[in-house]
Design a protein. Sequence first.
Length: 336
Amino acid sequence: MKGVYFDGSKAVFREDLPVPEPSQGHSRIRVMYANICSTDKEVLKGYRPQFRGVMGHEFAGVVDRTENPELMGRVVVGELNEGCGHCLYCRSGREKHCPDRKVLGLDGLDGCFAEYLVLADHLIHPVPPDLPPEQAVYTEPLAAALEIPTQVHLDPRSSIAVIGDGRLAFMIAQVLHLSGAELTVIGKHREKLDAFSPFASHTRLCGEYDGTDAHDAESTYETVVEASGSPEGILLALKIVRRQGTIVLKSTYAGTAEVDMSLFVVNEITLVGSRCGPFEPAIRLLKDGLVRFPEVEWHTLDDFDAAFRSKAFKAGFRINVQPEGINFSQKSIKFT
Ligand SMILES: [Zn+2]
Ligand SMILES: [Zn+2]
């Protein structure tokens, strides 16, 4: 089969990958849509130096080989962390923290930038028939945004800031907006910030705003979510967070940030790391149209270089799908 493979230093397009066979408790998914995430680009910069395999973890596809009749033929999305199943974390519902976990397209598991992937059944979530797969592909990053309200109490009367104007920030801002809180988005690009105006009360440009007026308590924020994807984000977050407030860290990047930790002590700041989140609420929000994302810019797998370099809101791969004229009603999809 065709796929985009990480060989330890770069991505390569291959046509000689074996079609995977599912083991017990696993199903095979024929990938329809797979989105590129900034984490994939971090892999290319050295974020996961040990990884070798098919890249990618955001997808929607059809289950084509399984022992589970509930899944056969369904359009599905899938979670990326597969735990060992018996350690303390796996036993207590924290599989994503299993020290021996495999991670789709990132660590020990071939990902979704290919014609097929295999995934454990308990990580697979069927998509309702009225949610088109090209929108369902946003489930995983939206779930990551929904992790924030599982961790932090969001008071609808409070002020929240999101640092970052990229894709992750866009999803987070939409989720936080649903809480009713007054939302400010701080970013580097005026044209990107404009896209946040339907759900952000205020947008501010980084260059014009460095947090120096934040000694004035009125201009600080109870909760600051750092989603800029760069180490400077945490420094700005520390300047604008209210005393006794909370900073939520959402970005992962290859590199480190130098931070004066005593500020956390003196100002009694709570720091919350936040990663993958719950899929079912994300599917519900997408299905009900309560969050909306721009159309993905689709590429073919062999065009991966252009896809990775794309400046579109979201670039991805359209695989096993005719570009035109397909009716996506689940009942009509049968792959042999
Ligand atoms: Zn992702
Ligand atoms: Zn485990």
